[in-house]
Ligand binder design. Structure first.
Ligand code: SF4
Ligand code: SF4
Length: 190
């Protein structure tokens, strides 16, 4: 099975984002495990793991950046948040809903929500922290890893970024520019 590359994360380009929130709906449905009609008919709680935020005249979906030295994991008092398999994961069973993670996250990427249909005799509501889990690496028909939000965005504003691949592309682009400049200078000297 294809595995997510270490350090990958979702990035959204505000220059391309329309603010349509398709990414959020796709995310919520992917995690509910059903389509929209089924969710509406069954009154399912739909909870996206990103937030489309308006900043001036631009929109930008914000979600977890899968931090290396993740503040949320450092702060969680129950050890529910860990870096595993190349991303930061929340073990919902160990989450007590204290919201410390959401307070320390520099991106506001964690939301703590009540669990629907929790045991009725509990003294307090059951809550759990939710954030982008890269859909646990969905696989497209062509075998490429992808995520629900990436597939749903009509303008390709949302990307699954592999930092090493991204760095390689930048290096190649700069190398081409330098090689071109060098060859022009050489022709002028000739
Ligand atoms: S990558 Fe998956 S979990 Fe993360 S925002 Fe997109 S759809 Fe949601
Ligand atoms: S939830 Fe926030 S602090 Fe935790 S890994 Fe994601 S971006 Fe970093």
């Amino acid at each position: 099975m294809a595995k997510i590359k270490e350090n990958s994360f979702i990035y959204a380009d505000p220059q391309k984002c329309l603010g349509c929130k398709n990414c959020g709906l796709a995310c919520a449905l992917a995690h509910a495990g059903c389509d929209l009609q089924t969710a509406v008919a069954g009154k399912r709680q739909l909870q996206p793991r990103n937030s489309v935020v308006k900043a001036g005249d631009m929109f930008m979906p914000i979600q977890c950046r899968q931090c290396e030295d993740a503040p949320c994991a450092q702060a969680c008092p129950t050890g529910a948040i860990r870096q595993e398999d190349g991303l930061v994961k929340i073990n919902e069973q160990n989450c007590v809903g204290c919201k410390v993670c959401s307070m320390v996250c520099p991106f506001g990427a964690i939301v703590v929500t009540p669990v629907p249909n929790a045991e009725p005799n509990r003294k307090t509501k059951r809550g759990k922290a939710l954030k982008c889990d890269l859909c646990f690496s969905s696989v497209r028909k062509d075998g490429q890893l992808t995520c629900a939000c990436v597939e749903a965005c009509p303008t390709q504003a949302v990307m699954l970024v592999d930092p090493e691949g991204y760095r390689t592309k930048i290096l190649e682009a700069r190398a081409k520019e330098l090689a071109k400049a060098h060859s022009v200078a050489k022709q002028k000297r000739a």
